[in-house]
Ligand binder design. Structure first.
Ligand code: IFM
Length: 497
């Protein structure tokens, strides 16, 4: 086990096993280093003290004329209808139904009932003025067991959805895999099994041929890093393993699946554009020491370059490979030609930005900034600028879409029924302003999707964290625009702040 991962695991063991997230930054490390004295766990939704712009100077910022203002969701988090119309079981059905795995035992069985209420939700999107909607397709709806003959009723649902988007003037953006792997494939080894990457390409081909005439943008695999870290190192996401050797093997097969799906799109003759959806975390040294700078470089390798270098440069980063060691399962699994597949040319990069990471000389992490209700998330809008400019600088001018950015707030309807999530408004305004600066400085950013359209099933956190622009009363399934939704509608209308 690599030094870096051993430290992470030790830290994880000391953390309370509650919060969700792609990164587990170290509250414990923070205490040890004494650095986080200024960090406040807001547990709320206040605006960031780190903002670099003020509201007045942001006012008047205008985005490019055709900018794709959007919002994002994923299938398991909103659809419900877990057993309908031939849908098979996914790893998240298994995981969420296992006692103790999710907060309050919540599952995605019903979630926001979007499968039945999609038409109402499409109307909400129109009311918001969305120009783009990013959703995911549930693989087990299309192939219940992950392979073989497609389930027409599953395909029909997504056909109705994309048709409904077009009718409302909203461009569909479809993610092929947002973590709901068919359980049957997991039973055969899941992403540890190279064959899953092949199955994924077959499934992608089915979907391209069925919906390709109506979907202009495809995203392959959502946040492979989260599957690697949360699903296979920490184990608080499906499939719930704690096995680092397997984790990086999974990282390779996920990326192989990505590359094969890109090739499948080209082979299908469908004209859509395609790219990966990566959650990128800017890594900064926690102090001015040379040790912190060195440790930060390796941390960045695991967080970012492990996925960017392979896709855009056709090579895994040497420092990460060296840290994993030549006998690691991942290094042994890479076959001749794999990196060529993984680096099949893409049309765009989807960036998901939530938090920075501060790395100490010892290779652990500390929190230096206020967090949100998601304890792993520190609020740092400038990180959006840094991530966007970095990928353009290091990987060339590939068109970028932000496919996720947002925060959870403890949204409770007031006596008059309105939901005043002022902190979400500040958060989004600051991140939009940072994105605008990146565009000004040459980043080809084409669109921006807020996470999320609706409150939804936040994985191991169940329904307690509310990430939506639109409030969902899970008992009645009533939807209510939060203040942020009204504000976002005005932003879209003005095309700026
Ligand atoms: O809800 C998740 C989403 O599924 C993937 N990106 C991070 C979000 C917030 O944790």
């Amino acid at each position: 086990m690599s030094l870096l991962t051993r430290r992470r695991l030790l830290r994880r063991a000391a953390l309370s096993a509650t919060a969700a997230g792609a990164v587990r930054t170290g509250l414990v490390g923070a205490t040890a280093a004494g650095i986080a004295a200024s960090a406040t766990a807001l547990g709320g939704c206040d605006s960031s003290p780190e903002r670099r712009t003020d509201q007045e100077s942001d006012a008047g910022l205008r985005f490019p004329p055709d900018f794709g203002w959007g919002a994002a969701t994923s299938a398991y988090q909103i659809e419900g209808a877990a057993k309908e119309d031939g849908r098979g079981e996914s790893v998240w059905d298994t995981f969420s139904h296992t006692p103790g795995r999710t907060r309050n035992g919540d599952t995605g069985d019903v979630a926001a009932d979007h499968y039945h209420r999609y038409a109402e939700d499409l109307d909400l999107m129109r009311e918001l003025g969305l120009r783009s909607y990013r959703f995911s397709i549930a693989w087990p709806r299309i192939q219940a067991d992950g392979s073989g003959r497609p389930n027409q009723r599953g395909l029909d649902f997504y056909r109705r959805l994309v048709d409904g988007l077009h009718e409302r003037g909203i461009a569909p953006m479809a993610t092929l895999f947002h973590w709901d792997l068919p359980q049957a494939l997991q039973d055969d080894g899941g992403w540890e099994n190279r064959d899953t990457a092949e199955r994924f390409a077959d499934y992608a081909d089915v979907v391209f041929r069925a919906l390709g005439d109506q979907v202009p943008v495809w995203l392959t695999i959502n946040e492979p890093k989260t599957v690697v870290q949360n699903g296979y190192i920490w184990g608080h996401h499906a499939p719930g393993h704690q096995d680092e050797a397997a984790a990086y093997l999974v990282a390779h097969h996920l990326q192989l699946g990505h590359g094969l799906a890109v090739q499948a799109l080209r082979a299908s003759g469908v004209s859509g554009r395609i790219g990966p959806a990566l959650n990128l975390h800017p890594c900064y040294p926690a102090d001015d020491t040379a040790e912190a700078a060195t440790a930060t470089r390796l941390y960045d390798g695991y967080e970012n370059r492990l996925y960017l270098d392979s896709i855009f440069k056709g090579a895994y980063p040497q420092d990460v490979l060296a840290d994993l060691g030549p006998d690691s399962r991942m290094v042994r699994a890479v076959r001749d030609g794999d990196l060529k597949i993984i680096s099949s040319p893409v049309d765009l990069l989807a960036v998901q930005y939530y938090t920075p990471i501060y790395v100490t000389g010892g290779g652990s992490t500390v929190q230096k900034l206020p967090t949100t209700e998601a304890e792993w998330q520190q609020i740092y809008p400038e990180g959006m600028y840094d991530v966007l400019t970095r990928v353009t600088r290091d990987y060339g001018p590939v068109p970028i879409t932000v496919t996720e950015n947002g925060l959870p707030c403890p949204d409770v309807p007031g006596p008059d029924g309105t939901i005043d999530d002022a902190g979400r408004v500040s958060f989004l305004r600051d991140h939009f302003a940072a994105a605008h600066r990146a565009i000004r400085d040459g980043v080809p950013l084409k669109s921006y999707h807020v996470w999320s359209l609706l409150d939804n099933f936040e994985w191991d956190q169940g329904f307690e964290q509310r990430w939506g622009l639109v409030y969902v009363d899970y008992r009645s399934q009533r939807r209510v625009f939060k203040r942020s939704a009204h504000w976002y509608r005005d932003v879209i209308h003005r095309n700026g702040l």
